[in-house]
Design a protein around this ligand. Sequence first.
Ligand code: ADP
Length: 194
Amino acid sequence: MNIILMGPPGAGKGTQAKLLEQTRGLKQLSTGDMLRAEIAAQSPLGQKVKAIMDSGALVSDEIMIEMISARIDQPDCAKGFILDGFPRTVIQAQALDVMLHQKGKDLNAVIQLSVDENALLARIEKRVAEGGTIRADDNAETLKKRLEAYRAQTAPILPYYEGKGMLQTVDGMAGIDAVTAKISGILDGEEAAA
Ligand code: ADP
């Protein structure tokens, strides 16, 4: 089963993806984590994308499409994967369709975590205060940029998947367990239909 988790920064995609990894044996593919690993390793790619990421802007479609295409071919994705942070533009969404088709794979569900934007800032501030994951882009100013990028470049993907009848929306403001239960229900339904 291959799924996409969508939602603005701080919506809880990563939290839910990790839970799905444990319960369903799917592989979480977080493009944000993959890029941060490149930066930590000081690879040529990491050096190229660091300033862009720190500013809250998006890395080029070309780089991201190539990165995901190569990642999906790895054996740990054979049972299925959860895309977290990709696709982030309509071009990426279209490229994903083409690449999955070429690889003989399918997309089973696109799940959107809908959230109140005002609550997102509070979540990120809490994340920083708790010292859990302090990221170069976890601050109020950059979050605003990331939200703008989401609205302008990523939200237009929603009608794209809606038009294909694939989009399912879950209330991301509910508690973690309630969100997990809703997602599980959707995936059980998809499995039964398959
Ligand atoms: P968020 O918490 O905003 O969901 P991520 O960890 O998914 O953040 O991504 C952090 C940054 O990595 C983004 O702001 C962007 O610069 C870059 N990035 C991640 N995925 C993509 C993508 N699919 N296309 C373009 N840029 C991306």
